[in-house]
Design a protein around this ligand. Structure first.
Ligand code: HSE
Length: 354
């Protein structure tokens, strides 16, 4: 029996409990492992929930319990999520997270501390919701050189742009629906101003290229200024406006990263990515183009990605340290795209084209 503790019982945390309770038999039949949610850390009480008796309010209860081997952080925000994660690793526990803010701000330190102790820090759900992307990309880096990642990484903005295009819905109305559906961040400016996509592309670039750059140093433009008129004009020219997060390896070995709206042509596989779905095009020297597609936000898809990490840790057994170490070299960030890669622009719209 593998005992785990959940930190945070909001949308993702309660989704993880649901997946483990409802799919427990399936997981056991495939892996031979039984999971027990021993504690749930939250400020609130959940007296009517079947796991209501597992609620605790003090992180030390979890840190001091040697039976707990996996701590699953789904709190959102950097503090105290980071503080609890580093404390859990120092207390000898593996940590799984869905929290891109913590991975983008403290990933290198958490990976290093885990690795030094023969533990793992895993973050599949931090990018792309339910899409398996971190694990396949990590595997790919062992055999191939990734040269570029182009992604639609934010479900909320993609949902808004799709509603504006298909229904002529206003930006505000589409955002309100995305919030109601539970896709948006607590502060939706993180979605619509591109910061959520920016953190995610920085994480993917770190997985691909081994260096985490600060999201604050990355050119980031959101979607607030896009009008239904812009979208119609792009459509007339056979393109769709999407918020694109892009990381490109340049000839001198640096990486250029940006987040901005692009006019995506019909022949690009990202053109067809609609609604809350995310799509990630990964270019490898040997593999060529690989496309990853799925729901980028939502309770159960994200919870499924968290559970995949929990199962991964439990199935590998003890002392399987993470080999991944990220540097944080600012010099690795190329401020501009090399001339040969500069995007063409739709002259009368002002959007780069891909
Ligand atoms: N607000 C995020 C999105 C949730 O819309 O994609 C998943 O990270």
């Amino acid at each position: 029996m593998v005992k785990i503790a959940l930190l945070g019982f909001g949308t993702v945390g309660s989704g993880v409990a649901e997946v483990l309770l409802e799919n427990g038999k399936l997981i056991k039949s495939k892996t031979g492992i039984d999971f027990d949610i021993k504690y749930i850390l939250d400020l609130r009480e959940f007296p009517d929930h079947p796991l209501g008796d597992r609620i605790v309010h003090d992180i030390n209860v979890i840190l001091n319990d040697p039976e707990v081997s996996i701590v699953v952080e789904m709190m959102g925000g950097v503090h105290p999520a980071y503080d609890f994660s580093i404390a859990a690793i120092k207390a000898g526990k593996n940590v799984v997270t869905s929290n891109k803010a913590v991975v983008a701000a403290h990933g290198p330190e958490l990976l290093k501390e885990a690795s030094e102790r023969g533990l793992r820090y895993m973050f599949e759900a931090s990018v792309g919701g339910g899409i398996p992307i971190i694990r396949p990309m990590t595997d790919l880096t062992a055999e191939d050189e990734i040269t570029e990642i182009i992604g639609i990484l934010n479900g909320t903005t993609n949902y808004i742009l799709t509603a504006m295009k298909d229904e002529g819905t206003s930006f505000e109305e589409a955002l309100a629906t995305a919030q109601w559906m539970g896709y948006a961040e607590a502060d939706p400016s993180a979605d619509v101003d591109g910061f959520d996509s920016c953190r995610k592309i920085c994480i993917l670039a770190a997985v691909a290229f081994g260096n985490l750059v600060s999201y604050e140093d990355v050119e980031t433009v959101g979607i607030r200024h896009i009008t239904v008129e812009d979208i119609k004009k792009a459509e007339e020219k056979g393109a769709s406006i999407k918020l694109i997060a892009r990381a490109v390896k340049t000839d001198c070995g640096k990486v250029h990263i940006s987040v901005k709206p692009y006019a995506v042509r019909r022949n690009n596989p990202l053109y067809a990515i609609s609604d809350v779905f995310n799509g990630i095009l990964v270019r490898g020297k040997i593999s060529g183009d690989l496309m990853f597609y799925g729901k980028g936000a939502g309770k159960l898809p994200t919870a499924g990605a968290v559970v995949s990490d929990i199962i991964d840790i439990a199935s590998r057994g003890e002392n399987q340290p993470q080999q991944v170490i990220w540097t944080t070299d600012k010099e690795m960030l190329a401020p501009v795209l090399p001339e040969s890669l500069v995007d063409a622009t739709f002259a009368d719209l002002g959007y780069p084209v891909c």
